[in-house]
Design a protein around this ligand. Structure first.
Ligand code: SAJ
Length: 435
């Protein structure tokens, strides 16, 4: 632990205690810095103050419990003065895929009420280019008594006593605690002094390299990372439709293509979910619509993959038969349902199929509200769902599903969108050793 950093930041306030904010708060608190976490949701605040957590993420429960028991982490619905503010609130989209910054603006207005000279404000939420500069404008409008980085003269302006930077979170759900520490960080300050100060804070717990740049670049780096992944997944999803039409096994095809030293096709699936990859590419499109035909097409390919899964299931299944849908969360071994293609698939299936639809999700104890009202949808344990079903659809590659005895699928129609039950790898060819 670097004592210099500890001295600089005695108390840090993390606003937004979700998938990014809570792990960040817990890690900082585990480095002996007092962390005040703020969330608008009272239940979340109560849960954390009991030393418990409201999301599923490996090892997070232990870390939060320890930090709360040691008095290093506590949560509240109201903001308190601190040395630094880390903002990790959602930045969703609204209307025709336009960025919705209302939660961010609310958080900034709250920060403005307690801001003091010398404070650092870091935006971690994924945001459209220009948002960090907007934060400086909002804050300076609310607090004319303080000196903010002059965004016109940035990055050289030195005349400010509030420091503002963007450092996008880049962690993968399921590996958050590892990636928060090990991943490199991109830090884009409104001035060089802002970047340096933010680097001081992250150096207290990040072992990866902190790369300094300006705020606009940092914002676009994060958006580009997620748009890049979306485009690559879209290619895999498009190839899965081609393979289906041509009666070629997609998984064999990908395995073989990926033997090429410069080819690395990702996995197709039922569509792309989560609050990041399915959302962030639109922030680039919104700022540069004409320049982004590829990004827009990729979104369309990934967004329409769930419709294909529904069509395929209806085509193969008797109208009164029982369908088991395995998995609700947007990816394996987590409980996050945000933008999950499984939700859309099950909802649409329920509207068009007459028989029962059994939904199994080991990480969630009951059906979410979104599916609750449909009479033909029932929550079910996965083993029973498989047993009772005529058609089994794999929507999420949870570890529980991977481990089942495949003989239980005999005489059932199986739509395995994740390829978890495929036979031997590279079954389409035999490898011939030339020796
Ligand atoms: N998916 C596929 N095929 C693949 C990989 C993923 O269909 O080969 C699907 C998943 O099933 C899921 C969606 O894509 O529905 C997104 O999953 P993901 O694992 O690719 O990404 P996220 O959304 O969990 O996290 C991403 C990460 N970004 C990148 O890898 C570039 C993470 O590092 C970011 O921090 C996170 O977005 C974020 O918060 O922005």
């Amino acid at each position: 632990m670097n004592l210099k950093h500890k001295a600089n930041f005695k108390k840090i306030c993390v606003i937004g205690l979700g998938y990014v904010g809570l792990p960040t708060a817990a890690i900082i608190a585990s480095h002996d810095i007092t962390v005040s976490g703020v969330d608008v949701d009272k239940k979340t605040v109560e849960t954390i103050n009991k030393g418990e957590i409201h999301i599923i993420e490996p090892d997070l429960d232990i870390m939060v419990r320890n930090a709360v028991n040691l008095g290093k982490l506590y949560a509240s619905t109201s903001i308190e003065p601190a040395d630094a503010f880390i903002i990790a609130v959602p930045t969703p989209f609204k209307g025709k895929n336009e960025p919705d910054l209302k939660y961010l603006e609310q958080a900034i207005q709250a920060v403005a009420t307690v801001l003091k000279p010398g404070n650092l404000v870091i935006l971690e939420s994924t945001s459209p280019v220009g948002t960090t500069k907007q934060i400086s404008r909002w804050l300076s409008d609310a607090r004319p008594d303080l000196e903010f980085p002059d965004i016109k003269n940035a990055p050289n302006s030195q005349q400010h006593n509030i420091y503002i930077a963007h450092s996008p979170e880049r962690v993968l759900p399921g590996r958050i605690l590892v990636e928060l520490v090990k991943n490199d960080r991109v830090i884009g300050g409104l001035t060089r002094a802002c970047s340096e100060r933010a680097k001081d804070l992250y150096s207290s717990f990040v072992t990866g390299t902190c790369h300094l740049t300006d705020a606009d670049t940092a914002e676009l780096v994060k958006l580009a990372e997620n748009a890049y992944r979306d485009t690559n997944i879209a290619f895999a999803n498009e190839m899965s439709l081609v393979c289906d039409k041509l009666n070629v096994d997609i998984w064999d095809m990908i395995d073989l293509a990926n033997l090429h030293p410069r080819v690395d096709i990702l996995n197709p699936g039922p569509g792309v979910g989560g609050h990041c990859i399915a959302v962030d590419p639109w922030f680039i499109v919104h700022s540069a619509r004409k320049q982004t035909p590829l990004i827009q097409a990729s979104r369309k390919v990934n967004d329409t993959k769930p419709d294909w899964v529904v069509e395929r299931a209806l085509e193969l299944t008797d109208p009164l038969a029982t369908i088991a849908c395995l998995g609700l969360s947007y990816k394996s071994d987590i409980d996050d349902l945000r933008e999950s293609p499984a939700l859309k698939i099950i909802k649409n299936l329920a509207a068009k199929h007459f028989g029962p639809i059994l939904v199994a999700e080991p990480n969630i104890p009951e059906l979410p509200l979104y599916l609750n009202a449909d009479e033909n949808i029932k929550y079910c344990l996965y083993e029973r769902a498989i047993q009772e079903a005529d058609t089994v659809i794999v929507l999420t590659d949870h570890k529980e599903f991977k481990g089942i005895d495949l003989s239980r699928l005999e005489n059932k129609i199986v739509i395995d969108t994740r390829g978890i039950w495929r036979k031997d790898k590279i079954s389409a060819t035999e490898s011939v050793n030339s020796d």
